[in-house]
Design a protein around this ligand. Sequence first.
Ligand SMILES: Cc1cc2nc3c(=O)[nH]c(=O)nc-3n(C[C@H](O)[C@H](O)[C@H](O)COP(=O)(O)OP(=O)(O)OC[C@H]3O[C@@H](n4cnc5c(N)ncnc54)[C@H](O)[C@@H]3O)c2cc1C
Length: 557
Amino acid sequence: MLKHDIVVVGAGLAGQRAALAAARAGHDVALVSKLHPLRSHSGAAQGGINAAVGKEDSVETHIYDTVKGSDYLGDQDAIEFFCQQAGPTVIEMEHFGTIFSRSDDGSLARRAFGGAGFPRTIYAADRTGLALLQGIYEHLGTETIRIYEEWFLLSVVVRDGRVQGISAFDRRTLKVEGIAAKAVILATGPFGRIYGRTTNAHSCTGDGVAAAYRAGAALKDMEFVQFHPTALMESSILITEGARGEGGILKNVNGERFMARYAPHVLDLASRDVVSRAIVTEVKEGRGFPGGFVHLELMHLGKEKIESRLQEICDFSRTYAGVDPVTEPIPVYPAQHYMMGGISTNMKGEASIPGLYAAGEAACVSIHGANRLGGNSLLETLVFGKQAGLAAAEFVASAPDTEIRAEDLEKETAHIQQLWNRTEGESPRALRTELQQTMDQLVGIYRTPEELFRALRQVRALQERYRNVRVIDRSTTYNIDLTDALEVGNLLTLAEIIVVGAIARTESRGAHTRLDFPARDDKSWMKHTLAHWTVNGPELSYAPVAYTRWEPKERVY
Ligand SMILES: Cc1cc2nc3c(=O)[nH]c(=O)nc-3n(C[C@H](O)[C@H](O)[C@H](O)COP(=O)(O)OP(=O)(O)OC[C@H]3O[C@@H](n4cnc5c(N)ncnc54)[C@H](O)[C@@H]3O)c2cc1C
């Protein structure tokens, strides 16, 4: 039986940072990832990472902006800690070898991002995620971390009220194995593929979040789904907020800079929920371009700036939309981008089961509350990845041994066997497409009870059909049909929780906008939603928001 002190699942920024911290604390650490670590979605991050390092800026302002951005649902003690860690974290990454863009005076260049009082987003052109990922990856090699590359997590094994390890399979052999560990850190990243219009990579299917939920862990604030205002039409490839940070502007079909109506002070640099709602409203009220989009104009910035600061954006626009941002506007519309919700943890990354930890986009601490500010997520992966690694290291130092028994693998092995043996049944891809259509159409930026209930019925019907899902491909190595089937099961599990949470929350806050309850309701709803697995679907309960110094105010940009 495979055995380690700590198993980290997920090798994006959060998982790598956690593994490094735990290994440097002297423990035997394994890193399990369904992808090569450098192919994790963190590598797709474009715009940058926040830290108040400028003379005019302050940690205090970063805290305030994050609290306000969260629409007062973020935990203020966690946000304070998080923002205090920002400067040291960026410097540490620079020492790890990440090369950030520079200003003319040689200092770290910073760009303006939505909802931020000062330009505080530090970047490496528009490839920040990859630059960070490479920096940290090079350091993994300095420790004896066992990397299970292209292994797929199936379940978190819990017995006697504590974590015993995980079950997973090597994608090369399909053999289900147990890996015993005293602590498991889940850093499996986003689950945006619940939606069809998403900026997330195909691999972002929430496998770890779904596994934690099935194992009995609480998920938090799942109804809060962030839509990024500017994704390319058709492909939904992200056009970073950095494009507006560099001075890009949004225009409707009448040539109006319409953000003046929605955010008179900061215009295009309001927070993401505000700008996304504005674009949808413009299109709905007939001021969009035929086909339903608005324009993002960069032309006035000049060829040199566009091509040096926004290289990828140029490539993406030219290749996937056939427009050259140097001379033409970019057609954009909002797309799902980030999940504020995830495995409920505290500031140390501890989830609700002893020995279970989570970090990165799979987790919900919560610092983003009802709406995340751009640039805060890369920072979150590093700050809380490290915390989770350190906390798990402390925990295992005095934790008793664990084991995975043959019976712990029976359920997962039987599930795979069933998928394999079925000769007739549903195609995973068809189920996924139907789920994505349901969520795109019925659980978007503006929500109504009729549409949410319809979505719930449809998701549950798809879950029923999933019981009969089958794998058509017969190959026993790298069987993508099989991983597709497992991933769709996870997407269906998580979609249901999003919808149930959205139905229950009868207010509008951050990214959750209910047309029947258009106002924020602090008296009844300044609380986190928790979801637990039951045979009849998710059971909701609520937990208080930690609030210290910042009184809830109306959010105006
Ligand atoms: C296009 C795009 C641009 C973005 N730009 C920015 C930005 O500029 N600034 C910012 O702050 N944020 C940005 N974000 C958000 C931010 O990049 C992510 O929230 C963050 O990188 C997530 O990191 P992570 O380590 O949690 O997950 P990921 O980097 O997604 O890593 C997840 C890991 O889990 C592994 N995994 C998943 N399932 C399994 C399984 N079943 N078994 C084994 N392993 C598994 C994967 O192999 C992967 O290694 C962006 C997001 C996107 C999609």
